[in-house]
Design a protein around this ligand. Structure first.
Ligand code: FAD
Length: 519
């Protein structure tokens, strides 16, 4: 029966043997079509069925004798848009292949989703003679696809609704997936991708902690606090970051036999800025008290040091006078005795004074975030800056690696430099009052630039100002120890400090501190 139908179809079709290798008998084609697992039908140019294979019967429920002679529209559920069929017919009647998905109805009235492919059988003259239809029931595939899509949409909406920043990063720190809060952070910071910046800060903190072996139970890192300094001098923001490894199975053909996969890092960052700001307020207030105390002590230290320095001069002079008198007369007279006594008393007084100089307190060395430290100094100087009408331009690098140092010493050192700048600008005649503080990672260290728009330092004085007790200021209240102390602190940290000669007004102090040189 089937062979009869195929023969009928073949009679209206061009000879099948076109290009057929002699080793393959034309009947092989009949068997192939009969036994194919796909529903196959051959129609005339009107879509009237001439032949169906057994798989067609299995899928649709129509036996061959019920289908042959009927139009393919017996499978139509009449629920697809009319334009779809118009498009289908327009395509195939022009001799082109059509493929698509349709809702079909079986003989028993049940619906299924068919993936249909129609190929026109064209004569050598280009005339369409028949159509070859092949379709599969893909209802289950579609159900699974929809389930995956729904699950993806569900996961995406959960991830989007989560009140934390979420980003999935590939091995090169490229963001491959993110959520609503991440996009908001991008817009707030005006940065293309904040995630790699957060990650470099996390890595730096992990490096610092290496060997301490914090337990992170399944996470690559957990609750790592990271500080971001947005460009434009805006307030810093803090995030608590956790990360875990996510593996995606490779779906390419290469991975069919040996399962392969790609590793990703799921970064979850919870903003803790408001909490940290409260802590910061308390910390800065405590710092203010501490710094005032330190200022008093270092003021006392410097005054005593200056007093001893000034006393040494006359005492030395007196000692040389005594020596001269002794050489000239060859004997010691009453004046020499009196002078010697005065020198001895003076040296004792000097000794007493020196013993009164408060010693330096030893400070623990630890990880220092220079942005945080500079911000502290600016916060501590806010009152003076406002009073002097100085505009502050704060240009931190968004993320700075931590350096090993003595935080209090460094803070006092930068405070002294900023105090100098304020003082330089807070003079009559200085109209433009701008203080620029910038930080950036450079040459395995961190460079801090402090520039003011004051009168600047004369080229000849640039090196001298670092000498102890050298001051360019008139009036007796300046000891001239600020820059020499600053130089000492910088040297203790293995760095260097210089004053850049400027062609215009102002003074620019540059400090370079290495990251890992312990003082
Ligand atoms: P119909 O009135 O049959 O057709 C709708 C529109 O199609 C018409 O307005 C007209 O513009 C166009 N059209 C119909 N017949 C022709 C024609 N001979 N020449 C030019 N334009 C025409 N449909 C299914 O729903 N499921 C299937 O599995 C399926 N398989 C097919 C397999 C083959 C090989 C072919 C050739 C067609 C197949 N079709 C199938 C399409 C089917 O023939 C119908 O066009 C369709 O089912 C719509 O039927 P209808 O009764 O709703 O509208």
């Amino acid at each position: 029966m089937i062979n009869k139908q195929l023969r009928a179809a073949a009679e209206s079709a061009p000879p099948v043997a076109d290009g057929l290798p002699p080793s393959i008998h034309p009947q092989v084609f009949q068997h192939t079509v009969n036994q194919a697992d796909m529903a196959i039908s051959i129609t005339d140019v009107q879509g009237n069925i001439l032949y169906i294979n057994p798989a067609f019967t299995r899928v649709t429920g129509y036996a061959s004798e019920e289908a042959v002679g009927q139009n393919q529209s017996i499978l139509s559920n009449h629920s697809m848009p009319r334009e779809l069929y118009q498009g289908l017919w327009q395509t195939i009647s022009h001799g082109e292949h059509w493929g698509g998905r349709l809702i079909n109805r079986r003989k028993d009235g049940s619906k299924y989703l068919a993936e249909l492919s129609i190929s026109p059988v064209v004569s050598a003259a280009g005339e369409v003679l028949n159509y070859l239809g092949m379709h599969r029931d893909i209802t289950e595939v579609h159900r699974l696809e929809s389930e995956v899509r729904n699950q993806k949409a569900l996961i995406e909406s959960v991830v989007d609704a989560a009140p934390v920043v979420i980003a999935l990063l590939d091995v090169d720190d490229r963001v491959v997936l993110d959520n609503h809060d991440y996009k908001k952070l991008q817009a707030d910071l005006g940065m293309a991708e904040p995630a790699p910046i957060l990650m470099s800060a996390v890595r730096a903190s992990l490096e610092l902690d290496s060997g301490r072996g914090r337990r992170t139970s399944g996470y690559l890192f957990l609750d790592r606090e990271v500080r971001l300094d947005p460009p434009g001098g805006r307030s810093p923001r803090w995030f608590s970051c956790s990360g875990s490894r996510v593996r995606e199975d490779d779906t390419s053909a290469d991975a069919f036999l040996a399962s392969q996969g790609r590793d990703y890092l799921l970064l979850v960052a919870k903003e803790i800025t408001s909490l940290r700001l409260q802590q910061e307020k308390v910390r800065v207030a405590a710092l203010q008290v501490l710094m005032a105390d330190e200022d008093r002590v270092s003021g006392l230290r410097e005054s005593l040091a200056a007093a001893t320095f000034r006393l040494e001069g006359p005492l030395n002079m007196m000692a040389s006078v005594v020596g001269m008198l002794a050489r000239r007369k060859g004997e010691t007279d009453a004046m020499s005795v009196a002078l010697t006594e005065a020198i001895t008393a003076g040296q004792q007084a000097l000794k007493d004074l020196r013993s009164m100089i408060p010693g330096e307190t030893r400070e623990a060395i630890g990880a220092v975030n220079l942005n945080e430290l500079l911000r502290d100094v600016l916060d501590l100087s806010t009152g003076r800056l406002l009073a002097a009408g100085i505009t502050v331009i704060w240009q931190p690098q968004a993320m700075l690696p931590a350096l090993q140092g003595a935080p209090n010493k460094l803070r006092s050192m930068f405070k002294a430099l900023i105090d100098n700048a304020i003082e330089a600008m807070n003079t009559r005649g200085c109209r433009e009052r701008e203080l620029t503080v910038a930080s950036k990672a450079r040459l395995g260290g961190i460079e801090v630039d402090i520039a003011d728009t004051g009168p600047g330092i004369d080229g000849a004085q640039i090196l001298k100002v670092f000498e102890p007790f050298h001051t360019t200021k008139r009036g007796g209240c300046h000891l001239g120890t600020g820059l020499s102390s600053a130089q000492q602190v910088v040297a203790e940290h293995g760095g260097f400090i210089e004053i850049e000669p400027t062609t215009t007004r102002g003074c620019r102090v540059r400090v370079l501190l290495p990251l890992d040189r312990r003082p």
